[in-house]
Design a protein around this ligand. Structure first.
Ligand code: LHQ
Length: 267
């Protein structure tokens, strides 16, 4: 059973998912990847969960693909043909990245240590990334003859622009959390000791907000990257029209006018 690969804690409306292979810096095996996708699916389907918080056990967030996993580890036997690692992406990484990016609730990453390769892509694919000051990001792919995957080629230039994205991806150097925040790669960096509480407070704050509007905000921003300005304006109007009929808008606007705290319920 793979349950131990991810620790799950429920904190009110926040579901904490902690990658749990600390002995291998939470390197991603097929078991862990499959289980993580299932856990995201379960959080998406659970009406009482309004935010996911993802972090790593031990001293790392995730060192990316587990290179000793039989699906990717090069065979030492000269007679054995090389494996098609594209299959692993098709069957594990693509469904995971798509699940993450289309969650109906926000996902916060608390990056507690190194995030390398696909581990970095996983963190950067979350909606709000907060890192401890000793955390770092490594685009480790080029060092083993690969390109950024799990969304890396899409995310990096959009987050930091082409020049910095290519610098990171080509050189594969370690980027400290403070530099990542300064570049706009991540939202915030906090002292290590404050990371769990800060990340949980952010997740709780998001969990109390109008969930559907948050998910549509992410979707609208992702889609707007493909649209021209006028198309984006029209898309905004269409989405706003839908949200305007939803209970959360009625509650939010009424609470403002009544000078009280809103209670959002839509999901
Ligand atoms: C690991 C790993 C690891 C296994 C540390 N695997 N054991 C690729 C292929 C195919 C298809 C799909 O997509 C991908 C995407 C990718 O993610 S490619 C990139 C894969 N990741 C890497 O290349 C990073 C490899 N790791 C490192 O460079 C270092 O471990 C970093 C810089 C992350 C941390 O360095 P240190 O803090 O010095 O730790 P360490 O290297 O001593 O690692 C501690 C243990 O974790 C060690 O095991 P051991 O038994 O010796 O204590 C490592 O072997 C193990 N580990 N990363 N990816």
């Amino acid at each position: 059973m793979s349950e131990h690969l991810i620790q799950i804690e429920q904190h009110g409306a926040v579901r904490l998912l902690r990658l749990n292979r600390p002995e291998a810096l939470n390197a991603l095996t097929t078991g862990l990847l499959g289980h993580l996708r299932q856990m995201l699916e379960a959080a998406a389907e659970d009406g009482a969960t309004r935010c996911v918080l993802m972090t790593g056990a031990g001293r790392a967030f995730s060192a990316g693909q587990d290179l000793s996993d039989p699906h990717v580890a090069p065979s030492r036997d000269p007679g054995t043909p090389p494996k098609d690692i594209g299959h692993l992406l098709e069957h594990y990484y693509i469904p995971l990245a798509l699940r993450l990016r289309s969650m109906p609730i926000p996902v916060v990453a608390a990056v507690n240590g190194v995030a390398a390769g696909a581990g970095a892509s996983l963190a950067l694919g979350c909606d709000l990334v907060v890192a401890g000051e000793s955390a770092s990001f490594i685009q480790a792919f080029s060092k083993i003859g690969l390109i950024p995957d799990c969304g890396g080629t899409w995310l990096l230039p959009r987050l930091v622009g082409r020049a910095k994205a290519l610098e990171m991806a080509l050189l594969g150097d370690r980027l400290k959390a403070a530099d990542a925040a300064a570049l706009g790669l991540i939202a915030r960096v906090v002292p290590d000791a404050e990371l769990p509480d800060t990340a949980m407070a952010l997740a709780q704050k998001l969990a109390a907000m109008p969930t559907r509007a948050l998910a549509e905000t992410r979707r609208a921003m992702d889609e707007a990257l493909k649209l021209d300005f006028e198309e984006a304006l029209k898309r905004e109007a269409g989405l706003q029209s839908q949200l305007g009929f939803a209970d959360d808008y009625l509650e939010g606007a009424a609470a403002f006018l009544d000078k009280r705290k809103p209670e959002f319920k839509d999901r």
